[in-house]
Design a protein. Structure first.
Length: 494
């Protein structure tokens, strides 16, 4: 079967979609005002979908030809025209027209200009509604793959830094009060767990993104004998078995943007994790902590205070988290209350989605480098990651009676009920505070004053290292456990 042009252009003078008013039909008696054109057009942001748009069109044309809906000559003309358009866009020569509203109409109009009627036949059995939903999904799928790689790189940077810091001790905090000593490697690996879950969430979202709306047409499906599964396979929208994944309800396919919302939710969580890490880097860098330094290229100076080196990159990442969470709120509110099927509201999905992707990618890239350093091509080693002041960390861990729990546990092992041991140690801490010293600095006789069962071996228990080694349960901070975590991550991340 071969159709003649089903384009709305009835007037003989109208051979191509030169202006937006012409894009619709002869029905329109007055042109759009410039303000309305600017208000409704999306081309200046959705042009970034051009590769997905062309890929979708080529897959559609291939199927139309295979189904004898268009002829082989038209198919060849479309392929040739699209190749030229791709080249024009890539080289910057393409003339994007605001008048043509969006990426879809711009490319289609140019195709018709280049190949005539074949270009007009491309839109057979298709609507911009299923076209845009397909484009966004294709684009987002590829972006998710890039994000997945960046998440691996960030995790690798954190693991590599953890390897260097298994035996470095810093105070672990609860309520930002010194709680118990922990290995700095262990601390970093906590973030690896978070980013590993973020990566999992991205993969899960990808499964629902990678489904084909095309073939749903405007909202109800189409009268042409389309082979939607062929299009899905051409576009790589397949499951693990290679079976085509096609949206099963046309109304849903053209209208829902839940996949974009889900993605932005996963991105928001990832940014929240970045933001937590940022906050710690900022605190650790402050003179009052002095635990770490980040390379100068991630900091800025002050125009007035010559001594300053400000952690701008982590601060901005913390700030940009608000921006991404804002996009999530924007998208989810955009969807709320929309009746079936497509509504123009959905054009508003793009800027928040694009900005979420850009922000997340830049942030992950910069964090991987800030934490793990950059590859030196001559030595093959990473250089310029975070610099750790192990002494400052240890000194800080000694300050807040971080081993008080260890003393309580020691007394429990001597037979005291935990609650009594807890109370006894509180008295010991009070005494140490009044002498402005650590528990480990109290003489044995003084300690024995709190409980007669305390012996010389208590000093090992009160040491930071003793405390660390003792927390040897699965997932604990003992170096043996940290090594086990590292091995697991290395095997997983390659
Ligand atoms: N630019 C539009 C969007 O992003 C494309 C779909 C337009 N469809 C329509 N029926 N006006 O949503």
């Amino acid at each position: 079967m071969s159709t003649s042009s089903h384009s709305p252009s009835a007037s003989p003078s109208h051979n191509q979609l030169d202006t937006k008013a012409q894009a619709w039909s002869a029905l329109f008696s007055e042109p759009m005002s410039d303000l309305v054109k600017r208000y409704t057009s999306s081309v200046f942001f959705d042009k970034r979908l051009w590769q997905a748009d062309i890929a979708g069109s080529l897959a559609h044309a291939d199927m139309l030809a295979a189904q004898n809906i268009i002829g082989a000559d038209d198919h060849a003309a479309i392929q040739k025209g699209m190749a030229q358009i791709a080249q024009e866009i890539a080289s910057g020569a393409f003339d994007w027209k605001l008048d043509l509203e969006d990426v879809h109409l711009n490319i289609e109009a140019r195709l018709t200009q280049l190949v005539g009627d074949a270009g007009k036949r491309l839109h057979t059995g298709r609507s911009r509604n299923d076209q845009v939903a397909t484009d966004v999904r294709l684009w987002l799928r590829d972006e998710i793959d890039l994000i997945a790689n960046l998440l691996v790189e960030l995790q690798q940077a954190l693991v590599a830094t953890a390897v260097q810091n298994i035996d470095v001790i810093l105070p672990g905090f609860t309520h930002l009060q010194v709680a118990q000593p922990v290995s700095f490697g262990h601390h970093l690996l906590a973030y690896v767990e978070m980013f590993a879950r973020d990566a999992e969430r991205m993969q899960d979202v990808r499964r629902r993104v990678n489904v084909l709306p095309l073939g749903s047409a405007a909202l109800a499906g189409t009268t042409y004998p389309l082979d939607r599964e062929r299009v899905a396979r051409t576009l790589g929208m397949v499951d693990a078995n290679g079976d085509a994944r096609v949206c099963q309800n046309s109304l849903d396919a053209v209208s829902d943007r839940d996949f974009a919302i889900e993605f932005t939710a996963a991105a928001s969580l990832c940014m929240v994790h970045i933001s937590r890490l940022s906050e710690e880097l900022i605190v650790w860098m402050s003179q009052n902590f002095g635990f770490i330094q980040i390379a100068d290229r991630f900091t800025t100076g002050s125009s007035i205070m010559p001594q300053k080196k400000n952690p701008d990159v982590p601060e901005l990442a913390r700030g940009k988290t608000g921006r991404v969470v804002g996009h999530l709120m924007g998208l989810i509110t955009l969807m709320k209350g929309q009746p079936l099927a497509y509504n123009k509201d959905n054009q508003e999905d793009k800027e928040p989605l694009f900005d979420t992707v850009d922000t997340l990618k830049d942030t992950l890239r910069i964090f991987a480098e800030m934490v793990g350093g950059q590859l030196n091509p001559t030595t093959g080693a990473k250089e310029g990651g975070i610099t750790v002041n192990a002494q400052a960390m240890e000194d800080a861990a000694k300050k807040g009676y971080a081993t008080a729990t260890d003393l309580a546990d020691y007394l429990v092992k001597k037979g005291l009920p935990f609650r009594d041991a807890h109370e006894t140690v509180a008295h010991a801490v009070k005494a140490a505070q009044s002498h402005a010293c650590d528990l480990s600095e109290l003489p044995l006789a003084v300690l024995q004053g709190f409980h007669p069962d305390i012996e010389k071996d208590v000093y090992e228990v009160l040491s930071l290292r003793g405390s660390l080694n003792a927390r040897n349960t699965l997932g604990g901070t003992a170096p043996a456990q940290v090594r086990a975590q590292i091995a697991r991550h290395q095997a997983r991340l390659g």
